[in-house]
Design a protein around this ligand. Structure first.
Ligand code: KIV
Length: 271
């Protein structure tokens, strides 16, 4: 009989091996215990406590407002639901932009206070020094280039990045800088599939795409998006695998009717 202890945890080494063998990496976000448990038990490889928490959990327009304390609070809950998947946590806006040391300290704080296996941060060349300092201390780092939502006010929109030759070259340079700095993996967000393919071929670490085509070494989506729970907007790269918004709404309406019409609770549900 197999016990939970016998399940092999996904590590940076597992992901490197998966790239080598051509096995695609599956990844989703989670912000709470029960979702994390369902994702883990379903066999997901990587669970990210994304700063998309600011959007889909807190209801903000951007990822900027979420704090270190809030990321840590949610990560602690998520960690309790995971046995197998690798747990990665986003360093939130302004937790690493101030200085290399500040980023280093905050990455360390996440690792000390949660059971995360890695941190993720956005940017390429300009955060390479921070990635190096964090990885040199033994903390695995996942990079994130292309559309980096923490820079939304600099970009001015959530449009696809890397369409022009100049922008594509910059993103390729960024991805290489992230790899060179010691990251174990990198998210490629909303860039042309041909560019994602080129990056995936030219760097050794696994690429995880979101709106970056099928050639990446793995894919990630925001869980409430792909479950059809968060339907405030629907980017083209999100496929709905369920319609939980409709499902929950239907269940709640049925419950309300039953309460109003005294069909709930029945005799068996009463003491
Ligand atoms: O915050 C997040 O959910 C992310 C993914 C979209 C990659 O960074």
């Amino acid at each position: 009989m197999s016990s939970e202890k016998e399940i092999k945890r996904v590590t940076t080494k597992t992901l490197a091996l998966m790239k080598k063998k051509g096995i695609k990496i599956s990844s989703l976000t989670a912000y709470d215990y029960i979702t994390a448990k369902i994702l883990d038990q379903s066999g997901i490889d990587v669970i990210l406590v994304g700063d998309s928490l600011a959007n889909v959990f807190q209801g903000n327009d951007t990822t900027l407002p979420v704090t270190m304390d809030e990321m840590i609070y949610h990560t602690k809950a998520v960690a309790k639901g995971i046995v197998r998947a690798m747990l990665v946590v986003d360093l939130p806006f302004m937790s690493y932009q101030l200085s290399v040391d500040e980023g280093f300290r905050n990455a360390g704080r996440i690792m000390k206070e949660t059971s995360a296996g890695a941190v993720k941060l956005e940017g390429g060349v300009r955060v390479a020094e921070t990635i190096k300092k964090i990885t040199d201390a033994g903390i695995p780092v996942m990079g994130h280039v292309g559309l980096t939502p923490q820079s939304i006010y600099q970009f001015g929109s959530y449009r696809e990045r890397g369409k022009s030759e100049e922008e594509a070259e910059e993103i390729l340079r960024d991805a290489k800088a992230v790899e060179e700095a010691g990251a174990f993996s990198i998210v490629l967000e909303k860039i042309p599939a041909v560019l994602a393919k080129k990056i995936t071929n030219e760097i050794k670490i696994p690429t995880i795409g979101i709106g970056a085509g099928v050639h990446c070494d793995g894919q990630i989506l925001v869980s409430p998006d792909m479950l059809g729970l968060y339907v405030d907007f629907h980017p083209r790269f999100v496929r709905y695998y369920a319609e939980l918004n409709k499902e929950i709404s239907g269940a709640v309406k049925k419950y309300i009717d039953d309460v109003k019409e005294t069909r709930f609770p029945n005799k068996d549900e009463s003491y």
